[in-house]
Design a protein around this ligand. Structure first.
Ligand code: SAM
Length: 226
């Protein structure tokens, strides 16, 4: 089902322009953009400091990073989201809270290399990425080898990917891909909310709805070699 466009979308996007670092695709062909287009962020100019940078792919309404940014004021966060309707909500929430350590990219993750400097990110969060079980859509899964190659360029050595999902099949698929990519997989749980990691967990919007239905949440941390 297509989501109805938010009222006054463009005016509201414009009002959040200072939080938005990139929007749309620089060329029609994503592959060509990923290979050739570069407009790399200068973090010092963006955030006014040299604090570590972490990134969430598919931030949705932004609840996770909003809480994360409040808890960790000395970390800078980049929120990546394909859907303009959705990222607008996240940006308006950040604006209302007056948080200075989050910025947004309204782009497909396929072109992250165009904007994110190589080896500049400490953590990539993948919260409840769409599992896309159809074989024909494997390349679109955010933990496919195609995306792991992109994350590998962005992540510092020793950096990590933290994944949460409600889908057992997608989780198993992701664990296999992390290992195939040479990452050490740690802190694996198939029932996050009954694990020691629950105490520090931030519940995302999708997670809250899965919890209401009584579904167990899987989580793992994949660490890039030094
Ligand atoms: C199921 S929602 C989860 C939202 C949020 N992380 C949460 O846990 O509540 C997945 C989000 O990822 C975004 N997304 C999917 N594929 C993407 C891509 N290739 N690049 C950027 N965002 C993407 C979707 O638009 C959607 O908002």
């Amino acid at each position: 089902m297509r989501m109805r466009k938010k009222r006054h979308l463009e005016q509201r996007m414009e009002a959040c322009a200072d939080l938005l670092l990139a929007r749309g695709k620089p060329c029609r062909n994503l592959k060509e953009a990923a290979e050739n287009y570069r407009f790399l962020l200068d973090y010092r100019a963006v955030f006014g400091n040299d604090n570590p940078v972490e990134l969430e792919v598919g931030c949705g309404n932004g609840g996770f990073l909003l809480e994360k940014a409040k808890r960790e004021p000395n970390t800078n966060f980049l929120a990546v989201e394909l859907c303009t309707n959705v990222i607008l909500t996240a940006m308006e929430r950040v604006r209302a809270e007056g948080l200075g350590n989050i910025r947004f990219l309204n782009i497909p993750a396929e072109i992250l290399e165009c904007y994110i400097p190589p080896r500049s990110v400490g953590v990539i969060y993948l919260n409840f990425s769409t599992p896309l079980p159809e074989k024909s859509r494997e390349k679109q899964r955010l933990t496919s080898m195609r995306f792991l190659k992109i994350y590998d360029i962005l992540l510092k050595n020793g950096g990590r990917i933290e994944q949460k999902t409600d889908s057992r099949e997608f989780f198993d698929y992701s664990l296999a891909r992390f290992e195939e990519a040479g990452y050490a997989v740690r802190e694996i749980t198939r029932d996050l909310h009954r694990s020691p990691y629950a105490a520090t967990n931030i519940v995302t919007e999708y997670e809250a709805s899965f919890l209401q239905k009584g579904l167990p949440i899987s989580r793992a941390v994949a660490v890039k070699p030094l």
